[in-house]
Design a protein around this ligand. Structure first.
Ligand SMILES: C[S@@+](CC[C@H](N)C(=O)[O-])C[C@H]1O[C@@H](n2cnc3c(N)ncnc32)[C@H](O)[C@@H]1O
Length: 219
């Protein structure tokens, strides 16, 4: 994870303005212009996703996948390479445009969309939904809504894999990202999903970050 100074500045500025998701586009745009860094854009698939897939391959051919807040597209491209018919969206048009430029032969359907007001036709449509690192970038007050929306995309019998930064209940919330507690993760269950596996581990970042990797299904 790169330097988060500018991301933190912008997140604070836009929170003060009452627009807690407005800063993502600004940061991606500044990065496109070579002025700032997007700290999470490591230009490779999520290592926790690759590790999960190695041990828990899922049916992919002919199945629909959705990547939540897909950033520069690496995870979406990976799901498409595994055989999913993949849709991926982000609130930042610059992120979506950059993903399209990075992967000109892509089979992924990239869309600009807001998780909090998604296209209604996505409800209950996806066999496999992948969420990494989005909810933790949203203020606590928006999390329940964000989690309910993510859960709503999973079709009956479908799965959701969520890989997030985790936090013990007594750890303070400081600067971005704002990790989730186990109790906050339970919102996925309240949203109608069943928890299949819950893994807690430390990743290979420097310093290592606590991660929750959770597989849910919709009964
Ligand atoms: C911390 S980044 C994670 C990106 C990617 N999922 C990853 O793991 O590298 C959070 C992403 O969420 C996107 N985002 C934030 N709020 C959003 C919303 N309401 N709807 C869609 N995307 C959103 C941002 O533009 C950004 O790309």
């Amino acid at each position: 994870m790169g330097d988060r100074t500018r991301a933190n500045e912008l997140a604070a500025e836009y929170a003060r303005k009452g627009d807690p998701t407005g800063w993502f586009e600004v940061l991606y745009k500044e990065s496109e212009e070579g002025k700032s860094l997007v700290p999470w854009a490591d230009r490779g698939p999520n290592s926790g996703l690759l590790e999960f897939w190695g041990a828990n391959r899922q049916p992919a051919y002919g199945k629909n996948a959705l990547v939540i807040a897909s950033g520069l597209g690496d995870d979406a491209e990976q799901l498409a390479a595994w055989g999913f018919r993949t849709t991926a969206f982000d609130i930042s048009q610059t992120a979506i445009r950059t993903a399209g430029k990075r992967f000109p032969q892509s089979l992924v359907n990239y869309r600009v969309a807001d998780l909090l007001q998604p296209p209604p036709e996505w409800a209950g449509k996806f066999d496999f939904v992948f969420e990494a690192n989005t909810v933790q970038a949203l203020p606590v007050g928006l999390r329940t809504q964000a989690i309910q929306k993510i859960a709503s995309f999973v079709r009956p019998g479908g799965k959701l894999l969520a890989i997030v930064r985790g936090r013990a209940e007594n750890e303070p919330l400081e600067e971005l990202p704002w990790p989730l507690t186990r109790a906050e993760m339970n919102e996925f269950i309240r949203a109608g999903l069943a928890q299949e596996t819950f893994e807690e581990y430390f990743d290979n970042e420097d310093p290592p970050a606590r991660r929750f990797r959770v597989l849910y299904s919709r009964p």
